[in-house]
Design a protein around this ligand. Sequence first.
Ligand code: PMP
Length: 430
Amino acid sequence: TEKNREGYAPLYNPFEQFISRYVYRRVRHCFNTPICSAPAAEITIMERQSDDYNWTFRFTGRKLKCLNLSSYNYLGLGATSPPPVAAAVRQYGLSVCSTRAELGTTPLHRELEETLARFLGVEAAVVFGMGFATNTLSLPGLVGPGTLALSDENNHASLIMGLRRARAAVRVFRHNDLRHLERLAVEAIAEGTWRRIVIVAEGVYSMEGTVVPLRALVALKRRLRLQLYLDEAHSAGAMGARGRGVCDHARVPPRDVDVLMGTFTKSFGAAGGYIAGSAALVRRVRAAGHAHAHAAAMPPPVCAQVLWALRTVAGPEGERRILALERNTAYFRRRLREMGVVVLGHEASPVVPLMVYTFSKMAATVEVLRRRGVAAVGVGFPATPLNAARIRFCMTAAHSRAQLDHCLQQVEYAVQHLGLRYSRLTPPPP
Ligand code: PMP
């Protein structure tokens, strides 16, 4: 393939250009819909009308209230702004207008980092203004030439970009396939040239709804003396009886994971990201990652929001919400299975992908659901293989049983009218 200046294949190769020009043009009414409310159990979106003949759409000027199964608001905290947030705006303004290393650290940042480390059960933590940049800017401080990264094939774009920026050697293992991972690791150890070998994986995969087999992964990494970088964007707050993420879910001591990364944009309903682990790791990320010294600090009102969210999750209200999320997820997954559709992922995963396989069915399903008052996200290539488009439902603790039933009724309508049940052509899941 053609290479760009950095020596990587360009993001948009001719095939992707073809897809974006001819396929996305037909399905683009699925995407970029502006919203006009907070991402609560319901969400208000701007209504669009598509002209199928000309492949265009226009906004009608009307607003549509939908049941919201499209935001990563797993615990339902996203729509709430508690009083400490307004107090932080009054005291510090919206931005510190500086990096953490310069004059950008407020007592709220320090309190947040201490609270987060206690919440996760590790020695220390450092927070950043953006989750995506937490990966892209911290990985180059942790891995580099001489390091081999063994990366899950379904890792998020920010992890891939971080590894590329780090100029680390990367070998990709099949999704959650520990035998393949072990084979690659044993081969790499036999080469004898790598200073360090780091496994890069996620807790819950946002396109598949799968959960990392953490116990077995930690045992493997100990046996072969590897390190583990774990992105908990979709699992921190959402997984485990105490909402501490996949370590909590798999009953693995958090200290067994070398680098815990996470974001505050999902369960915690705010913005930003973190790296947590040993005090030495956090010192290194502050010193060698680019974010601490070159990017503006997390806005203080966001720190206040995350602090409130962490304390809520750690208290009785958090317990109630984690239980509600668990119940909603189990109920929704069971009802979808009863409909005879193909649903991916782990039973406990709040990301619930319903397979529709083709772009056209994805676009039609999103549109039918939207017209019937349900907001759900369609995902396809390049986030998934070309023939594996899906509708992604995100569960939240905020939905009542009646709301879920109403949503499932609309899904059933789409399943019937768009032919989404599996047949001999689309085999049931293994
Ligand atoms: N890691 C993973 C696994 C993600 O799914 C995402 C975003 N969805 C990010 C990192 C980036 O986080 P943010 O959106 O908070 O910048």
